[in-house]
Design a protein around this ligand. Structure first.
Ligand SMILES: [Zn+2]
Length: 45
């Protein structure tokens, strides 16, 4: 493994329903958030 490529996975935001890309593989049953919603949640919690 000489090279590490940053892989982005397509996902649909669980909050606003927008299509987004995440650096990890989305798992069924786990919510995925777009950048907007993610930072929104991070800020409020
Ligand atoms: Zn969102």
């Amino acid at each position: 493994m000489a090279k590490f490529e940053r892989r982005m996975y397509k996902a649909v935001c669980s909050d606003c329903g927008k299509e987004t890309e995440v650096p990890f593989q989305p798992q069924e049953g786990r919510p995925v958030y777009c950048r907007d919603c993610y930072s929104k949640r991070k800020g409020t919690q």
